[in-house]
Design a protein around this ligand. Structure first.
Ligand SMILES: *[C@@H]1O[C@H](CO)[C@@H](O)[C@H](O)[C@H]1NC(C)=O
Ligand SMILES: *[C@@H]1O[C@H](CO)[C@@H](O)[C@H](O)[C@H]1NC(C)=O
Ligand SMILES: *[C@@H]1O[C@H](CO)[C@@H](O)[C@H](O)[C@H]1NC(C)=O
Ligand SMILES: *[C@@H]1O[C@H](CO)[C@@H](O)[C@H](O)[C@H]1NC(C)=O
Ligand SMILES: *[C@@H]1O[C@H](CO)[C@@H](O)[C@H](O)[C@H]1NC(C)=O
Ligand SMILES: *[C@@H]1O[C@H](CO)[C@@H](O)[C@H](O)[C@H]1NC(C)=O
Ligand SMILES: *[C@@H]1O[C@H](CO)[C@@H](O)[C@H](O)[C@H]1NC(C)=O
Ligand SMILES: *[C@@H]1O[C@H](CO)[C@@H](O)[C@H](O)[C@H]1NC(C)=O
Ligand SMILES: *[C@@H]1O[C@H](CO)[C@@H](O)[C@H](O)[C@H]1NC(C)=O
Length: 546
């Protein structure tokens, strides 16, 4: 009797599940390197982020291209949060369906973007398992022993099928493989060579000084990254003796991030030091993102949505964190890219590195970097000096290639088609010729800096390249704002219309990580150095006219 009843209940439940729920995402196993330890406590709290479908995301993309293209009648007319909401807000019936589903379950959603296309809901594990037909478990990263709560599959009621795009974090694991690797750093006892190299490279724009603080330059730190102000002061004393060595940065906190100088390591030091040291007069703000979520994907999402919610986000943002595309799902890449598109619509220049993986992490696949591959950010690759000559050549580790997630934006059609045609790359069938191509530009990657009160030299990183390029952009933005003009916003349409503002890098190449040659630097745009190194005076001349 009991057995029969039990069976029949199970049967009804199974029918119910298949009839009323649709699976949104599933995977058979956790990724390699993760073990399932068991169920978490039923009352552990999960902070889930739900992506609701935007009304007209393509409309937003079109608007971003218009307001970012010099010569367009709308150039520089950035959108307000309300104007952006017209494109990205979910339809009212979507919002009411989702909120009543949640409130029927005694849950409250909090919007995390101004237009509410992202909402967050805190709930207990037991509630999440019931609500999403999920099985949240504790998984351990076997290398670091860190644990995370994830599920291998989750579903939503079929009545909400068109009302929820996806839920995070669920089936996406904080894999380390695929993250852009930390740069190697070498301490040196002889800083002089580095110093000379730097001053030669920066001679062109170093004397230019903004007269007043007109703009903010945001430098991103993730995973509790911190910077040491004493190292910064030493850097300024050594490399910018003309500046007040007390010049420093302020901060924005996301997910509980705090600057803890004792925990500062070598990774944020060069970015902060070049940002402050190159942009005299510009306010530098360290965007400190804490590690509450223990997952860089979540931190990047939280950072971007936080910036979007600010009344006045920094006009220039540097972000040197990222992944190769294979380390992400298309859902999270698309969602993040759409938040970057909204920042572009607000007039923010979001500048990222292409990472040190070359064309891919292994021998098998071309694997481009993200967020570089998002069409609404500016991706910076790396150069180095050619045998100590002033000429720059491509850095062999410079990330570059073609996206598998994002198709080629129109602004780069001419340049990229010409490259594909001229080089007739032997790997043409191994990478996605129709994808968004990176990088857009490049800059020198070998610069000395101070960390832990010592000079580090002979390290190369696209992060340093991106910091240098972003510094130039924030100086130009300062000049424009001081002259009563709009900030630069999304840069790529301007860049692709003005290749002559860059010093073309024509030598060198990048490789797949195992050493197989991948892309050559060539005359004109290429998939290792983009258009090459920026010239401040030429960019300034062009910008004076738009
Ligand atoms: C749910 O996960 C636990 C481990 O956390 C596992 O023991 C159990 O078999 C899973 N249940 C189902 C139905 O997959
Ligand atoms: C919601 O809360 C009310 C009052 O505490 C309770 O009676 C009801 O069972 C709860 N509903 C759910 C789905 O948890
Ligand atoms: C992980 O835990 C194991 C077993 O407790 C231990 O031997 C190992 O050193 C730990 N690894 C790390 C990176 O903490
Ligand atoms: C710097 O360190 C890396 C990694 O330890 C090493 O491969 C490289 O040869 C070093 N470079 C110099 C110039 O010392
Ligand atoms: C820098 O700060 C120190 C300590 O507050 C002060 O003594 C010094 O005068 C400052 N230097 C300049 C150039 O303002
Ligand atoms: C790391 O970040 C968390 C917030 O996520 C914060 O509470 C904590 O104090 C930080 N730890 C350190 C050592 O900075
Ligand atoms: C956050 O970072 C701090 C130090 O930076 C570390 O001690 C802590 O374990 C981290 N927390 C998580 C959840 O990873
Ligand atoms: C190539 O990129 C396009 C978008 O640009 C995408 O639709 C397609 O799936 C990609 N192909 C592969 C093999 O990844
Ligand atoms: C790169 O250039 C070299 C020398 O010109 C050439 O042999 C090689 O085929 C090129 N590689 C690719 C992938 O186009």
């Amino acid at each position: 009797m009991f057995k029969l009843k039990h069976l029949s209940v199970t049967f009804t439940l199974l029918v119910g599940v298949t009839a009323e729920f649709v699976v949104l995402e599933r995977r058979d196993n956790p990724p390699p390197g993760f073990s399932r330890l068991g169920p978490p406590a039923e009352d552990d709290i999960l902070s889930l982020r739900l992506a609701l479908p935007s009304r007209n995301i393509l409309g937003l993309h079109d608007a971003v291209y218009e307001i970012s293209t010099p010569g367009n009648i709308r150039y520089g007319q950035y959108l307000t949060r309300d104007e952006i909401a017209q494109f990205v807000a979910p339809a009212p019936e979507t919002v009411s369906k989702v909120t009543s589903w949640l409130s029927n379950n005694n849950l409250t959603a909090v919007p995390i973007t101004p237009a509410s296309e992202w909402i967050t809901v805190n709930m207990m594990v037991s509630q999440a398992n019931a609500l999403l037909a999920a099985n949240f478990s504790t998984f351990r990263n076997d290398e670091t022993n860190q644990t995370v709560l994830r599920t291998l599959s989750y579903s939503i009621p079929s009545t909400l099928k068109t009302s929820i795009d996806w839920v995070h974090p669920t089936t996406s694991f904080p894999e380390a493989t695929g993250s852009i690797p930390p740069t190697f750093v070498n301490k040196t006892s002889a800083p002089i060579a580095g110093l000379l190299r730097v001053s030669r490279s920066f001679m062109e724009f170093r004397p230019l000084r903004p007269k007043k603080t007109a703009n903010v330059f945001g430098v991103s730190g993730f995973d509790n990254a911190s910077a040491n102000k004493q190292d910064l002061q030493t850097f300024l004393q050594v490399y910018r003796p003309d500046m007040n060595p007390n010049t420093t940065f302020d901060s924005i906190s996301v997910d509980g991030g705090v600057n803890n100088p004792a925990g500062a390591d070598v990774f944020s030091a060069p970015e902060i030091q070049y940002a402050v040291g190159l942009t005299t007069g510009v306010q530098v703000t360290f965007i400190l993102t804490g590690n509450l979520s223990n997952d860089l994907r979540t931190e990047m999402l939280d950072q971007a949505t936080h910036l979007l919610s600010l009344e006045n986000p920094p006009q220039t943002i540097l972000n040197t964190a990222g992944f190769v595309e294979s380390g992400l799902t298309p859902e999270i890449a698309n969602s993040l890219c759409n938040v970057y598109a909204q920042l572009a619509a607000r007039g923010v220049s979001y500048i990222v590195e292409t990472g040190g993986f070359g064309a891919g992490v292994d021998c098998r696949s071309f694997d481009p970097p993200f967020p570089a591959s998002c069409p609404f950010v500016t991706a910076v690759g790396a150069t180095e000096f050619d045998n100590d000559e002033p000429a720059e050549t491509a850095y062999i580790g410079s990330g570059g290639g073609f996206s598998n997630f994002f198709s080629r934006p129109r602004y780069q059609d001419t340049a990229v088609s010409a490259y594909l045609k001229a080089t007739n790359n032997v790997h043409n069938t191994a990478f996605n010729v129709s994808g968004r191509a990176v990088p857009d530009v490049s800059a020198i990657s070998s610069v000395p800096f101070i960390a832990l009160q010592e000079i580090f030299d002979n390290s190369k990183s696209t992060a340093y390249s991106a910091a240098i390029f972003a510094s130039i952009v924030s100086l130009l933005t300062n000049e424009r704002i001081s002259a009563g003009k709009s900030p630069l916003g999304f840069l790529n349409p301007l860049i692709y219309a003005n290749p002559s503002a860059f010093s073309d890098v024509k030598t060198g190449s990048n490789t797949l990580q195992c050493g197989i040659p991948a892309f050559n630097a060539t005359s004109g745009w290429d998939a290792v150095t983009g258009f090459g190194s920026p010239s401040y005076p030429k960019l300034k001349e062009i910008l004076d006219k738009v």
